[in-house]
Design a binder for this molecule. Structure first.
Ligand SMILES: [Zn+2]
Length: 412
């Protein structure tokens, strides 16, 4: 990574001062960009407080920035933690596969991004094309989306340090930010069609096919499409003021994004206490991450084994969770424990999940114990049991260890 770090610094220093020379923006293009900026500012009701630096870069340059910063259009994700979570929940067999797929898909699909750290808006030139005097209609709509990110940065105090958020909170924050930008992008498209601002076919043809992992596609769906629906629902209750107010009262869970009524009702995630399992694992194991995975990832965890509508339904009573993932530095193996609590009525919501999860065990795992229920899949034993308030799941490379973990976390 060190080499890439140097490369990245060079790129930043080369691109930023040089953009005016290498990709000079013509007066005609400048006028087009200004018109989009004015539309966005007026449509969204947020004045432009200061000019936003803009640069047009090549896809290769975007790929290089993606490799270094794991940028996500606006926010930067923690690839290490995300990789551990993906492995633990069975989305990937190897964290490297995830990191590579992540960067590859960013390099391939991102069409523009706004990085608060750099304070600038980056637009990616279509492959093999140079900058002309006009953006295609599709590029205009992307510009509207990215420019809204710049206005979000100017008007709202969005803490961007990812340490402040659980995995689930971070997903909810991304859904708010991208849903807001998507709503303005959508408004621009409608306005553009009405005013003949470009060829609407460019909206279709510009969409790239990607090799992204299924989980990443589903995540993008939640953030961009689910986020749009979420923001539209809130917008319908009180216009942009209601949307603005969310930046001071951030959505706290993917459950709230999936079911906006829960955000409106102030249905907050319930903290779940999970006993420290480091003593059971022993000194060799290292804590990778303790976080909240939320309804979205829990549902995705069940999805490979059942219809996604059933997985969604079974997790609908999600109330809160805590997950700890440990890694063995020599063998690279994982061991983890997850405690999930449920909304009232707890018994009903817990039973719905347990019934489906038991079926999944019976179909997809080699059962090695009935009480507690433990099954083996891909060299990992997973066990689960319910207390009155909480469903506990543990997983480890051996059955003894998975059972010992379960005994420990379910002990009163
Ligand atoms: Zn965005």
């Amino acid at each position: 990574m060190k080499k890439l770090g140097m490369f990245f610094i060079l790129i930043i220093f080369i691109i930023i001062p040089a953009f005016a020379q290498t990709t000079e923006i013509s007066a005609e293009l400048e006028a087009q960009l200004t018109a989009i900026e004015i539309f966005v500012s007026e449509n969204r009701g947020l004045p432009i407080l200061e000019p936003v630096p803009v640069q047009f870069i090549t896809r290769q340059q975007a790929r290089d920035i993606a490799i270094e910063s794991a940028l996500n259009d606006f926010l930067v994700v923690d690839l290490n933690q995300q990789g551990l979570l993906y492995r633990a929940l069975g989305f990937v067999s190897d964290a490297n596969i995830f990191a590579e797929a992540y960067v590859a898909s960013l390099g391939e699909t991102v069409v523009g991004f706004y990085l608060p750290e750099l304070g600038g808006l980056n637009m990616i030139l279509p492959e093999g094309e140079s900058l002309g005097d006009n953006l295609s209609f599709y590029q205009q709509s992307i510009y509207a989306h990215e420019f809204l990110h710049a206005l979000q940065d100017q008007h709202f105090e969005i803490p961007i340090e990812k340490e402040r958020y659980t995995t689930d909170q971070f997903l909810a924050l991304r859904a708010l930010i991208e849903g807001d930008a998507n709503l303005v992008q959508r408004n621009y498209v409608l306005y553009g069609i009405e005013n003949n601002l470009g060829d609407i076919n460019s909206l279709q043809s510009s969409q790239t096919v990607t090799d992204a992992l299924p989980i990443m596609k589903n995540e993008e769906n939640l953030v961009y499409i689910g986020g749009l629906q979420f923001v539209m629902t809130i917008h319908a209750t009180g216009g942009w003021d209601a949307v603005n107010a969310m930046y001071a009262n951030l959505p706290q869970s993917s459950e709230q994004i999936l079911q906006p009524a829960k955000y409106i009702a102030g249905d907050m995630p319930i903290p779940v206490e999970l006993a420290d399992i480091s003593g059971v694992l022993g000194d060799d194991w290292q804590l990778g991450v303790t976080t909240t995975i939320g309804q979205f990832y829990l549902s995705e965890y069940l999805s490979p084994y059942t219809a996604s509508s059933l997985a969604y339904q079974a997790t609908n009573g999600w109330g809160g969770d805590t997950m700890s993932i440990y890694q063995h530095p020599n063998t690279n193996e994982l061991a983890w424990a997850l405690g999930i609590t449920w909304d009232a009525p707890i018994e009903k919501e817990q039973r719905e999940f347990s019934d489906l999860y038991t079926q999944i065990f019976e179909m997809g795992f080699d059962i090695v114990s009935e009480t507690p229920l433990c099954g083996v899949l891909d060299g990992m034993t997973t066990c689960f049991a319910n207390t009155d308030t909480t469903t506990f799941i543990t997983s480890a490379p051996t059955t003894d260890l998975a059972q010992a973990l379960l005994t420990h976390v379910t002990a009163e």
